[in-house]
Design a protein around this ligand. Structure first.
Ligand code: HEM
Length: 509
């Protein structure tokens, strides 16, 4: 390691720290190294450098304030193979990135999101209706809702059920990617480029990438073609991709780029929202006192004659604290998406050389005992006594509520869309159900959730868990049924291309 670099674990000749780079649960190893080497430390991966930041202040001062020189992305060959080089989150800020990001921002602006609100609201109603009918399948219902809301708004077609649907096909594809894309999960081909040329038969990672590429083309080209044929047949339903296709020339998008716009929204948006919602349910299942506190607050404001609405959220400080604590306890993208520096820069007295891969260790920040009292405990009340949940006397410089959505020029463009969906779903679920564990293992009552309850992956949440959600009263159940019946007219606009089985399902569900 060059002396000007931030400190880090001792290196071996040629390999650097390559032999120590974790192959899964990278977030845990990074957080433990941060304790040992500080909130900015470095790793040598052959002759490349990785910088790991575990401090909101450094994220603000370096990543946010030097947005241009930290906006690069390290080359990540597996993503490029799967997406044909068009995954916006993994592309350097070149012309196609600008085109894709501009188009995606059109879809996600506050103005555009106002148009998406009715279907987001209807999907949040179907979530509670689905849970009412099949309470033990909450995990599938959450996946379905997240995928279906984006499918409807982007492509104009929805997934009314999870099984044998676009939602399950996409989720299988997405899980395949997630496991493969976690830092450390495959050989370091981008640090040792020679490894790229190992033939597929000796490189399992390559075989997996090629299989995923075939799935990508099937799913996203088919969805784009569906929109195209709707436009040709004059049967538009106002979805975003129809706008993109109308402006394809103005936006300079080839048909492949147009398909990628939708693919990026679906990929970046659905798994992250799902990860948050799964974590939320998991934490509530194991903290009945938090449920009761949140329900008391909701009951006082909303009562039992109506479902909650989005405006209620601003008047429910404890529910807001539950959402903030869920993000702190396990951020959906624990290490963010790696950036790459495009210029030499001095940070906290150390050199961050041009070409370094930079990780923002949100997981480590939120588990830092210097910042949070008993960070391993799920305790929403910490957000009632300080804005960012930090302990008395802790320095909260650089904290913001959207810290875990990234930084600088690459900050997530979907914050508003995601938060709207999360707020509505959290409110509906808390209003309607009591969450109960159905697993037959004893947990420590002081600290019921452990780090190994969570799965590896880039965007991830708890490992599969068993629970059930019981409706709180017959009056709640009746209201949910009535709201679902009213939501049908919002759904119908996006149900013209359902398969016969899906149409039968809708008629009988
Ligand atoms: C809870 C929900 C979400 C979380 C936690 C989340 C988090 C993130 C993070 C950490 C990044 C990387 C930022 C960086 O590089 O510094 C990112 C990028 C991105 N997100 Fe999100 N996201 C969420 C929802 C969404 C939604 C709903 C959409 C769209 C429908 C979306 C679209 C994107 C896109 C397109 C990028 C790539 C931006 C770029 O590289 O230029 N995200 N997100």
């Amino acid at each position: 390691r060059e002396r000007s670099l931030p400190p880090g674990p001792p290196t071996l000749p040629l390999l650097g720290n390559l032999h120590q780079f974790p192959t899964e649960y990278t977030r845990i190893q990074f957080s433990s190294w941060a304790k040992q080497y500080g909130n900015i430390f470095s790793l040598k991966i052959a002759h490349g450098t990785a910088i790991i930041i575990t401090s909101p202040k450094i994220i603000r001062d370096y990543m946010d304030r030097h947005g241009v020189s930290t906006a690069g992305r390290p080359s990540f060959t597996p993503v490029n193979i799967v997406s044909g080089g068009l995954n916006v989150a993994f592309r350097n800020p070149d012309q196609p990135w600008k085109q894709l990001r501009k188009a995606i921002q059109m879809f996600l602006s506050k103005e555009a999101c106002a148009k998406h609100l009715p279907i987001q609201k209807a999907e949040a109603i179907q979530l509670v209706y689905d849970v009412l009918k099949r309470p033990q399948d909450i995990s599938a219902h959450i996946h379905r809702q997240a995928v279906s809301a984006i499918l409807s708004t982007v492509y104009g077609t929805r997934s009314p059920r999870f099984e044998n649907s676009l939602a399950s096909e996409f989720t299988t594809f997405e899980h395949g990617q997630e496991v493969l894309f976690e830092p450390g999960a495959i050989p370091p081909i981008d640090f040792i480029p020679l490894l790229k040329y190992v033939p597929a038969r000796w490189a399992p990672w390559k075989q997996k990438c090629l299989a995923l590429r075939a799935q990508y083309q099937k799913i996203f080209f088919q969805l784009r073609d569906m929109c195209e044929s709707r436009i040709r047949m004059n049967k538009r339903n106002g979805c975003f991709l129809e706008d993109v296709m109308d402006q394809q020339q103005k936006l300079g998008l080839t048909p492949e780029l147009a398909a990628a716009v939708g693919a990026n929204c679906l990929e970046a948006g659905s798994l992250t929202i799902t990860a948050f919602m799964q974590t939320f349910v998991f934490c509530l299942v194991h903290h009945p006192q938090v449920q009761r506190e949140a329900q008391k607050e909701i009951d006082e404001l909303v009562g039992t004659d109506r479902l909650p609405n989005l405006d209620d959220f601003e008047r429910l400080p404890y529910v807001q604290a539950v959402v903030n604590e869920t993000n702190r306890f396990f951020p959906p993208v624990p290490l963010g998406a790696p950036h790459m520096s495009t210029a030499d820069e001095m940070v906290e007295g150390y050199l961050v050389p041009k070409g370094s891969t930079i990780f923002m260790n949100y997981y480590g920040i939120y588990r830092d005992p210097d910042l949070f009292d008993e960070p391993e405990l799920f305790n929403p009340s910490r957000f009632l006594s300080s804005e960012f949940g930090t302990k008395p006397g802790a320095d909260d410089t650089g904290f913001r509520h959207d810290l875990h959505f990234g930084s600088g020029r690459r900050i997530c463009p979907g914050i508003y869309f995601a938060n709207t969906s999360i707020k509505m779903s959290v409110l509906n679920l808390l209003w309607a159900f009591n969450f109960e564990s159905t697993e037959n293992r004893q947990r420590d009552p002081q600290c019921p959730i452990r780090f190994d309850d969570f799965a590896p992956g880039l965007a991830t949440g708890p490992k599969p868990f068993s629970c059930t959600l019981n409706v709180r009263s017959e009056q709640h159940a009746n209201l949910i049924r009535a709201e679902y019946a009213s939501a049908r007219s919002t759904f119908e606009i996006f149900e013209h291309e359902l398969s016969r089985e899906e149409a039968d399902f809708v008629a009988n569900w």
